[in-house]
Write a protein that binds this ligand. Sequence first.
Ligand SMILES: C[S@@+](CC[C@H](N)C(=O)[O-])C[C@H]1O[C@@H](n2cnc3c(N)ncnc32)[C@H](O)[C@@H]1O
Length: 232
Amino acid sequence: MIRSVVSRVPGLGGWSDDPLWATFYDWTVEHPRVGGAVWRAGIQSDLRLLYRAASEIGRQPDGSRILDIPCGGGVALRGLKPGQDVEYVAADIAQAMLDRTMRAAEERGLLDQVNPQLADVGDLPFEDDSFDLVVTFTGLHCFPDPALAVIEMARVLKPGGVLTGSALLNDSLRYAGLRKVGRVAGLLGPGCTQHDLEGWFAGQGIADVVIERSGAIGYFRGVKRAAAVEPE
Ligand SMILES: C[S@@+](CC[C@H](N)C(=O)[O-])C[C@H]1O[C@@H](n2cnc3c(N)ncnc32)[C@H](O)[C@@H]1O
């Protein structure tokens, strides 16, 4: 009942409805001055950390495979350089979001480098050890089972590959209201704390983990440990 009322609020509604909220969010990311001020005022977070994390995409050597899940409106594409010789798979559970990403790819002159793919992060349609870099920006708090999402993203990452991204963390009570509205609207899942994340990464062999908190958001980066070689 509450959910059906909230989902009729303009801007909310599930991801597959391409909510107005997604347009607003993308706009803030694409407008560093005004958007940066909105992030600082709203969630006390420094938007430049998102740009810095996404720039790792542009440093991938030729032939690399990159997975962007969930790609949403394609904000991570800002890290991909035109002509960069990599395979960039942009994956999301909502076709509306893939369409949005491909429009962003066209505007950025990246259309021939981006491969859109419908995918549920809880059951990724990719081989084990098949990506050099997995990026997951502002995604974990949206997934129904973030622990399973970490298992799947770690599974498809090659040993030595990097998992990086960001999430709205449950650590601070200050943002509890925001999380509640998001959950009722069907936009957010249960989320996680920094402690949860550290445990999930350790459990999946993601090492050298760095988590940097900026207001409501935590930025994380870790490297998948190479498989131990069994002595003969
Ligand atoms: C806040 S957006 C973030 C997208 C993008 N990374 C960004 O930073 O703008 C959350 C995205 O998660 C996607 N999503 C939600 N549940 C998902 C799932 N189970 N598997 C894959 N994507 C999912 C939604 O469709 C939406 O595009």
